[in-house]
Ligand binder design. Structure first.
Ligand code: AMP
Ligand code: MG
Length: 405
């Protein structure tokens, strides 16, 4: 039986990045950058004012204030600033270019009225009087202070989320080169399964509840996903379904039928379909029976059918594989440490991954940690990682958790 790390290393060691394609900026959401994006202009592109007020030469405010300057000209956003007239102040607005020669911006709130009190409005003033001594650079944002010309704005291998789109837009990119989407096909096996919401043929029929989760997770990792029709527990039917699927995907995900029961036909069916199996057992709970193999360039993940097992193993192995296929730098799920708010027990020997709720002062294990539970993961924020050798984790201990968000 492999450790979780060894199993993941074997899967990722086989993952060659897919080719790249160009997409519009808006379509890059959820994709992985396949190019280094550098700035082709400094960010910001010119010195500009951070506030509404008056651009002036800070060095001209010598001696004791208050100082007085005539107002000449106006600099507004989207327009070239006026020529600088020495010894004056220039009306300026947030985002407008600093006229060449000005070195600071005086806030309009600092302009004094005839009574020595701050003015209500700075509109149409012919001169300004103020007692605040501006320092050089005050309220001025300098060209290139966010990112100099030619600097790396975003590295190849970065996953593009909402916040990354903003920087790519600011870097003036209307399109980007990203990895192509891995094509994922999901095949569910089991005589007991039916489509959710369809009539139950008998009391032992159950709604198929894994593929909708796996498909959504895979899509969120950038994949293109299709779920194939439910497959019965019959070797030849299963083999044929696998053969057809293998031709059309980068990753075949099978669900159910990988343990040692008489009707667990997925391993023989995969082998009969020409898949060479690499491993089929991982030292973890849930999810001990987990199959990984390859057929040519296609990766095959055979997940156990128990809902918690299928979903946890897909998050721990399937998502990293999809990220690796897209050349993403960060592949393994992120973990961090939280204070355990309730105790956990397990039979030692396998690493435990148990659903937990992230609360203000730590993490609370969720009620049912049975691998058959369809309930616990739906309210989980994290998976609590319980080391192989431990039988008990008492409340109050710091534990490793994996974020599910
Ligand atoms: P298996 O891995 O086929 O031995 O199935 C283990 C358990 O998971 C059994 O109780 C199955 O009925 C259940 N199961 C298998 N596949 C699914 C599925 N796609 N959705 C919900 N439950 C499933
Ligand atoms: Mg089954």
């Amino acid at each position: 039986m492999l450790s979780v790390e060894d199993a993941r290393a074997r899967i990722l060691g086989n993952a060659e990045p897919l080719p790249a394609e160009r997409v519009r900026l808006q379509a890059a959401l959820g994709r992985v950058l396949a190019e280094d994006v550098r700035s082709t202009a400094p960010l910001p592109g010119f010195d500009y004012s951070a506030m509404d007020g008056f651009a002036l030469e800070a060095e001209a405010c010598d001696g004791e204030g208050p100082w007085e300057f005539p107002v000449v000209g106006e600099s507004r956003t989207g327009h070239a600033p006026p020529d600088w007239v020495k010894g004056t102040a220039c009306r300026i607005f947030t985002g407008a270019a600093i006229p060449r020669g000005a070195t600071a911006v005086l806030l309009q709130e600092n302009v004094l009225g005839p009574d020595g009190e701050p003015l209500r409005s700075a509109r149409g003033l012919e001169a300004i009087r103020f007692a605040h001594r501006p320092h050089v650079g005050e309220h001025v944002r300098l060209a290139g202070e966010d990112l100099p010309l030619g600097a790396l704005g975003m590295a190849r291998g970065t996953a593009v989320g909402a916040l990354q789109l903003g920087l790519l837009a600011a870097l003036d990119r209307g399109s980007l080169i990203v990895s192509t989407r891995p094509r994922v096909l999901i095949v569910n096996t089991g005589d007991e399964l039916r489509e959710p919401g369809s009539p139950a043929p008998g009391p032992t029929s159950i709604p198929e509840s894994n593929s909708v989760v796996l498909a959504a997770l895979a899509q969120s990792a950038g994949a293109e996903v299709a779920v194939l029709p439910l497959t019965r527990d019959d070797l030849e039917t299963t083999r044929r379904a696998f053969c057809a699927a293998l031709l059309h995907c980068d990753v075949l995900v099978t669900v159910g039928g990988v343990s040692v029961g008489d009707h667990d036909l997925v391993r023989p069916a995969l082998e009969a379909a020409g898949v060479s199996l690499d491993f089929w057992k991982v030292r973890m709970k849930p999810g001990k029976p987990l199959v990984y193999g390859r057929s040519g360039a296609t990766h095959v993940l055979g997940l156990p059918g128990n809902p918690m097992s299928a979903q946890v193993t897909f998050m721990l192995f399937g998502l990293p594989l999809l990220r690796a296929l897209q050349g993403q730098i960060e592949r393994a799920p992120r973990s961090f440490s939280l204070n355990l708010l309730g105790s956990l027990r397990q039979k030692p020997g396998r690493r435990g991954f148990y659903p937990g709720k992230w609360e203000a002062d730590g993490v609370m294990p969720l009620g049912n940690k049975s691998s058959g539970s369809t309930v616990s993961l739906a309210s989980a924020d994290v998976l609590i990682v319980m080391p192989e050798e431990l039988e008990e984790l008492p409340a109050g201990k710091a534990v490793e958790v994996i974020s599910l968000r």
